[in-house]
Structure formats: structure tokens, C-alpha cells
Design a protein around this ligand. Structure first.
Ligand SMILES: *Cc1c(COP(=O)(O)O)cnc(C)c1O
Length: 387
């Protein structure tokens, strides 16, 4: 039976034990027992699919992976202890010394640091492309290029990349398209439908949605996920069973939570657009967003993040942050609690001023992760902080 997204998110669960529990128990165990010598041999030879050791697999992590695979229409997946563990392990598993990655310029700060500061020591090269110049990408493909890497919406500028166009370019040049889908969540956008081969999430954000656990996941083509699995079962970035249990529970409410996040975010964006203390506002589902049409084509709603610039530069920006009363000054996003962040001094502080400028991050830029409080209270706090 072809059930809907919301139903799968709730009804995909581990087989009940002899206790006939309604909700799935926690399998807090590092290893599993063998029935006899032959079982032990066959299990280690991977002749049967079963749990052996929780660095390789665990019932709770398998349940989480299964749910996300259904949401992302993916064949297979592997869960990680953080989003960055997923990003690093996925790329490290697929890339060899001498390979080249074509990456969007606007990507998560730590991913940017990985390409710029760490991969070169394994002789893995990269070129950044501008997300509004997809025609220019093909000229950047070299015989060594293996992966195209991208995010949409981007962090923190909430720019939108045309995933279908990118999928076509990847296919034409026989490249692996890896999309970090964290800002959209699988409820709003499924990159595999547009040609992505692998999709990465930080489960820390909308998937958990309540700021309690760190997690990451990679899903996609079985053949590629198998490589990621081979690498990861040896290097050990596995998600803990407890965190996997929390996430499986969180995913049951993903659709209703994200619907409300998006409703609140759009209302806040509309309020900011009409406020004379604000230079500009960016939100994918505002008509004024430069890639509004693409956002409408590939996303169900605009997501939880709104970016804007306070008039008056750094000084006005600092005054704004110091005047906030209810919203949290924090670096997370996708939490039930609304959060305001200053990207230039936090998540993107490791980038040079020139790199920040190229990514569209100004000193007065504010990123709001719009939470689930009543929208009137969110707007009231931001309004009084703008003065
Ligand atoms: C947070 C984030 C990550 C990293 O995830 P962690 O769980 O913090 O390691 C990667 N990509 C994007 C887009 C993110 O927002």
C-alpha cells in the first residue's frame, strides 16, 4: 500500500517484541549475541543480515534510517553521530587522492572549512561555483571531478539552487550529486526526485526539532551508501542508539512541526519586509526572493529560516542582539525555540571577510530560526529589539 509521508513517519517502526509494546523500546546495547559457532562465523562473514555490533548497526539506528529512506525516497542509508560526521564520512568514503569536488560557494561553515583546510592534505581539490551561475558550472568540470556538492536553501543567506538543473548537469558529466538537505527537511523537499544521488542531513536541526540531540544521516543510491557504510563501520562515526530512538520519535511529528515553522517564518518575513528599520529580508516563499519561482517548484513551503539586515551596520546589529528578550541567542536552528544568530561573528567567523562577502554575509545580517512559539510573541520581541 502506498501510504503518505505523515503515515510512514509514524507507522514505520521496528517489529514488536514478545512484550507487544506499542512504542519502540531502546536497544541500549553495544553488541549482540551469537547462537552458536556457525552463527558467529556466518554473521562475521556477512552471510546474513543481522546486528553484530552497534558501531555497524543497531535496531534503533536501523529504524531511524528506514524512516528517513522512506521520506527521501532513498534505497539505503547510514546514520551518524552528527551532521558533520555524515558530511565528512560520505565524502571521505567516495573520494580518492587526486579527485576534485565542485561545490557551491554557499555551504555550511564547517563543510567549507573541510574543503578549504583539511581535504587538501589528502590531495583532494575543490572549486567553488556561484549558485546563480549554473551555466558556468560545466566549464569548471575537470577530468578529475567526481562530486558536485550543494545545499538548498543555503545557510545563512537562504538562497535557492535549482536542483533539477544541477541534477541534469551531474548526469551529463557522470558526476555524483550530493545534496545537504538540512535546511529544507525531507518534508519540504526530496532532492533525489531532482537527480541527487546522495542526500545528507544534520538530524540535529529540524529532524530532532527540539534541540536535544546531535545526529546526521546519509541516504541515497544503495551502491554509494554501501561504500559509505564500508568506510564508516571501520572509522566509527556511528549514531548512538539513544539518539536514534529520540529521532525516530521526533520524526513522527516532523510534518506538523515543519508546517507550523513555515507558517510562522512566512509571517515574520512579511512583518520584516514592511519594517523601516530593515534593509532587506530574504525568505524563499516571499515573492521578492530572487529565486522565488525555483523555490515554489522544488519546495512545499519556505522552511524555518529568515535572513535580514538591520539598517545601520555592525553597531545597529549589536544593539539589536543586545535588545532581544525572549528569542535565544544561539547557533542552532530548526529548534522549537526561536533563535537569532549573527553569522558574521559565529557560524561563518572562520571565513575571511572576502569569502563572507562572496557568500553574501554582511556585518549587519541576522539569521532567525523561527520556532514554534506563538507568532505574535516572536514578532513582538523582534519588533521591540529593532527599536
Ligand atoms: C548544522 C548543519 C550541518 C552540521 O550538522 P551538525 O549536526 O551540527 O554536525 C551541516 N549542514 C547544514 C546545512 C547544517 O545546518
Amino acid at each position: 500500500m502506498n501510504r503518505k509521508f505523515e503515515t510512514n513517519a509514524i507507522r514505520t517502526q521496528l517489529k514488536r517484541s514478545d512484550n507487544l509494546e506499542h512504542s519502540v523500546p531502546m536497544y541500549v546495547t553495544s553488541s549482540f549475541v551469537f547462537e552458536d559457532a556457525e552463527d558467529m562465523r556466518a554473521s562475521f562473514a556477512e552471510e546474513k543480515e543481522r546486528n553484530v555490533y552497534s558501531r555497524y548497526s543497531n535496531p534503533n539506528t536501523s529504524e531511524f534510517v528506514e524512516k528517513v529512506c522512506q521520506m527521501e525516497v532513498a534505497e539505503a542509508g547510514f546514520a551518524f553521530a552528527s551532521g558533520m560526521a555524515a558530511v565528512f564520512s560520505t565524502l571521505a568514503a567516495l573520494l580518492d587522492s587526486g579527485d576534485h569536488v565542485l561545490s557551491a560557494r554557499s555551504i555550511f561553515g564547517s563543510t567549507h572549512s573541510l574543503f578549504t583546510n583539511f581535504f587538501p592534505k589528502w590531495n583532494i581539490d575543490h572549486t567553488y561555483f556561484k549558485i546563480d551561475d549554473l551555466d558556468g558550472i560545466e566549464a569548471l568540470v575537470t577530468p578529475k571531478t567526481k562530486i558536485i556538492y550543494a545545499e538548498s536553501p543555503t545557510n545563512p543567506g537562504v538562497d535557492i539552487l535549482d536542483l533539477e538543473a544541477l541534477g541534469k548537469i551531474a548526469k551529463k558529466h557522470n558526476l555524483i550529486l550530493v545534496v545537504d538537505n538540512c535546511f529544507a527537511s525531507p518534508y519540504l523537499q526530496q532532492p533525489i526526485k531532482f537527480g541527487a544521488d546522495l542526500v545528507i542531513h544534520s538530524g540535529t536541526k529540524l529532524m530532532d526539532g527540539q534541540g536535544r540531540v546531535l545526529a546526521g544521516i546519509t541516504v541515497g543510491k544503495r551502491e554509494l551508501v554501501d561504500k559509505v557504510y564500508r568506510f564508516s563501520r571501520i572509522t566509527g562515526p556511528a549514531l548512538s542508539p539513544f539518539n536514534a530512538w529520540v529521532l525516530s520519535k521526533s520524526l513522527e511529528t516532523l510534518a506538523v512541526r515543519v508546517d507550523r515553522h513555515c507558517d510562522n517564518a512566512l509571517k515574520l518575513a512579511e512583518f520584516l519586509e514592511s519594517n523601516d528599520k530593515v534593509n532587506w529580508v530574504k525568505y524563499p516563499f516571499l515573492k521578492s526572493h530572487p529565486q522565488y519561482t525555483i523555490a515554489k517548484k522544488q519546495m512545499k513551503a519556505g522552511g524555518c529560516v529568515v535572513a535580514f539586515e538591520v539598517k545601520g551596520g555592525l553597531e545597529a546589529g549589536q544593539k539589536f542582539f543586545n535588545s532581544i528578550k525572549m528569542l535565544s541567542l544561539s547557533a542552532n536552528l530548526g529548534d522549537s525555540r526561536s533563535i537569532v544568530t549573527h553569522p558574521a561573528s559565529t557560524t561563518h567567523s572562520k571565513l575571511s571577510v572576502a569569502e563572507r562577502a562572496e557568500t553574501g554575509i554582511s556585518d549587519g545580517m541576522v539569521r532567525v530560526s523561527v520556532g514554534l512559539e506563538h507568532i505574535d510573541d516572536i514578532i513582538a520581541d523582534i519588533s521591540q529589539a529593532l527599536g
